[in-house]
Design a protein around this ligand. Sequence first.
Ligand SMILES: [Zn+2]
Length: 472
Amino acid sequence: MLRKSFLLVLVLFVFTVSFAQKRQVKAVAQVTVMNPMLSYSDVVSALLKKGLTEQQAYQNLAELTGTIGGRLSGSPQAARAVVWAKNLMEKLGFQHVRLQHVMVPHWVRGKIEKAWIADRRGRKNIPLAMCALGGSVATPRKGITAEVIEVHSLDEARALGAEAKGKIIFFNRRMNPTLVSTFAAYSGAVDQRDGGASAAASVGGVGALVRSMTLVVDNVPHTGVMHYQDSIPKVPTAALSTFAANRLSAELERRPRLRVHFVLDCKTLPDVKSANVIGELPGTQLPNEVVVMGGHLDSWDKGKGAHDDGAGVTQSIEALRLIKELGLKPKRTIRVVLFMNEENGSRGGKKYAAQLPVNEKAVAALESDAGGFDPRAFGVSADSSVFQKIASWASLLQPTDICSIRRGGGGEDISYLKGKASALIGLEPSNQRYFDYHHSDKDVLANVNPRELELGAVALASLAYFISEEGL
Ligand SMILES: [Zn+2]
């Protein structure tokens, strides 16, 4: 009996001690994170550990791409994405969750997109994979059938004489493969997509076909925005897959007078009311000083907008969630802004910048809109002293895979905060694969790596937190 009692007491004692220890450990963990004296490198470690363990950016991206998918401005899917994002922010306990309404363009692809090289009798011969460029007018219902002139620049097209009249102009300059930055290669070629139609029409061309903006050769066309110049007739324009562009070019060598047929039934509808989605963690000491983190909620209708820019959307939300759930209490307000309509109008970015409250100071804006790949750098546009201050944190960011803080950078949506925010900062992940997927059917969840996506979220959270604590 005595022995039994002794054992019971012993068991109770051990249980009580271990329970107390567990409680103590838990309490220490909480205190550790909330301790204002906590070093920044401890904060980064905590963010990293929580982020890589829970990987909620990827779960949210799976939900966004899986239940809504592509979400072009003005579409029902974009409207659903607004509701989804607002609900998620509320569920996560963000504060001041709200919509900032904005009117956006509403271009619709339509159902018919076909192109082929005709045989000598004008019949369908070699199919060409293509898709309309965003903003294009439709072809006549029967399509356009015409001879083709291949060019490699807008100037070359504009210099064509009478020979261009009635022809399809085919812009086939490649993105420069010798540039290590694929963004630089894209910038060097994208004028053809943007201005090809007007350059073609300026010399009497009836349509423009443009080589897809990608460095891979495959049969997937890449869409993207184009613009018409006022006072020049609007002619239809579409992107050819790189494979189709190479094929057409090779066929033109053999048969310079060949004819191509293409048909599109896209159209532009009246503007639609949409919204930026905003939520924040108010600053505990300087709530009117604001650090913005964001990406754009709209995407193209090809693919699911996973990298562009579901990644930036889910990383920004994840960054604020990590800060909040670790019990960090930022001095300044950290705000997530999910911008609407970056792809074909930037109305959301313009609206946000135009309606900054007068009593508010925009300290910095961070944007993630370069894909959910392994983070490599932050690009910072700021004056010299601000840049130096941010650059001095480079080693603290290294655990998130950020290797450097470099001059210049930002993002389309936050570019309208130029002159208002002290620093515009772009998250720059590895860019070698971005244009393989960009604006195409390949921009899907399967091409996103959960860890790389999460590291970007942790990098954003870390830098936003440093700025909230230190100011600029
Ligand atoms: Zn984008």
